[in-house]
Design a protein around this ligand. Sequence first.
Ligand SMILES: NC(=O)c1ccc[n+]([C@@H]2O[C@H](COP(=O)([O-])OP(=O)(O)OC[C@H]3O[C@@H](n4cnc5c(N)ncnc54)[C@H](OP(=O)(O)O)[C@@H]3O)[C@@H](O)[C@H]2O)c1
Length: 251
Amino acid sequence: MKIAIVTGASSGLGREFVRQISKKYRTIEEIWIIARRRERLEELSNELSDISTRIFAVDLTDDKGVKEIEAALDKDKPSVRLLVNASGYGMIGRFEELAEDNIGMLDINCVSLTRMINIVLPYMTNGSGNIINIASSAAFLPQPSFAVYAATKSYVLSLSRALNQELKPRGISVTAVCPGPVSTEFFDIAEKYNDVKLYKKVFRAKPEKVVEAALKDTFHGKTVSVYGFTMKALRVLCKLMPNDFIIRFIK
Ligand SMILES: NC(=O)c1ccc[n+]([C@@H]2O[C@H](COP(=O)([O-])OP(=O)(O)OC[C@H]3O[C@@H](n4cnc5c(N)ncnc54)[C@H](OP(=O)(O)O)[C@@H]3O)[C@@H](O)[C@H]2O)c1
């Protein structure tokens, strides 16, 4: 059976990936949808009448959660056409202020994402498998008061680019998606201690557009997917100017 696996499927970008994959990937027979909030996954599953879904209401930072998915893969031995790693969170604030959340971000944004790739890779379709990792435009530059989050996203970008090269002989591509601010529940969590900057409130992309561009870029074999002119310009700027100079203007 050909399947897609999407983490972070209960809201935002992950949920939108599930919706668009169900319409665009006609050969996929089932989508495995993963997040902690079961009721949200059930709502999504009911909404998708054309494709079957399998719900994994698990915490990916918990060993038990990952083992449940690993056991299902081992039992069913599906052919995984697409893996989308969209679970994650960011928290704005100074390093000392965030305390345990510094570790929490590392756990879900880096460790769980890596574990998902580890357990899914043996089942990925040679020749046409795609891994989509959601990084962020925060990956382009170290960010004071968003330091651990930006560092976790640099990890995701670096890992994706290296793996994309490494997996070429198997015909598997890896795309890092690097959006700027997107209208999702992300900011409800990010702003727990501090507000985001005004421009991040005003200029938010629609998840539908970011996901549409990401799936198109994946189809065309791009290693990095950046939606929108402003974020593309930021990426170029971060390559051209010394990072130590730019970060002086980020408080
Ligand atoms: N929105 C933005 O501005 C933006 C910009 C750049 C990058 N990103 C990245 O995009 C990705 C998706 O974020 P989003 O914007 O779609 O935010 P979101 O709406 O808050 O979605 C985050 C998803 O991650 C899941 N998740 C969080 N912790 C989890 C855990 N321990 N175990 C399992 N699932 C977990 C959440 O599900 P449950 O709570 O149900 O578990 C939810 O489905 C994140 O990696 C984020 O860093 C977002």
